[in-house]
Design a protein around this ligand. Structure first.
Ligand code: RP5
Length: 161
């Protein structure tokens, strides 16, 4: 299977969040790779990843990080591929720090910033699939079916639990 999506994260500790993006891509039959690429701890790895992303066949990058979350922005500065940022929830500031670090990009280097935490990671998977579905009719059908199934799973009336 092709691997058009790169899921990168600043630390092993981000994986419990970022695997929610991977789960969605699995459900939709989208290939991906997952790597630890830290803006602070492995800057050379970040540079190499961004420099070779296009030539390796990646088409979208999902980047998750927490705290001083420079990874998505730095990756956006290194590749023209769309970068989807996931603010990982932190203990000290609940992920507000991650969100602000990722969302406030200067003009010219956008990062499509998702919600904090697991919902953001899952939505990053869906966003990546949506981008790829623009040029992949079979994936578009799978994404439509996924959305319809979610919609149908929502009851019309609340019940006592
Ligand atoms: C960031 O620092 C990572 O993205 C992670 O969210 C945060 C904490 O990393 P660890 O100290 O858990 O490795 O670089």
């Amino acid at each position: 299977m092709d691997k058009p999506v790169g899921i990168i994260m600043g630390s092993q500790s981000d994986w419990p969040t970022m695997k929610d993006a991977a789960t969605i891509l699995d459900e939709l039959g989208v290939g991906y790779e997952s790597r630890i690429v830290s803006a602070h701890r492995t800057p050379d790895r970040l540079w190499e990843y961004g420099k070779t992303a296009v030539s390796r066949g990646l088409r979208v990058i999902i980047a998750g990080a927490g705290g001083a979350a420079h990874l998505p922005g730095m990756m956006a500065s290194k590749t023209r591929l769309p970068v989807i940022g996931v603010p990982v929830q932190t203990r000290a500031l609940s992920g507000i720090d991650s969100l602000y670090s990722i969302v406030q990009m200067p003009k010219g280097y956008p990062v499509a910033t998702m919600a904090i935490g697991s919902a953001g990671a899952a939505n990053a998977g869906l966003m990546a699939a949506g981008i790829l579905a623009l040029s992949d009719p079979a994936l578009a059908l799978r994404l439509d079916a996924w959305r319809q199934a979610l919609s149908q799973s929502i009851p019309e009336a609340p019940r006592d639990e």
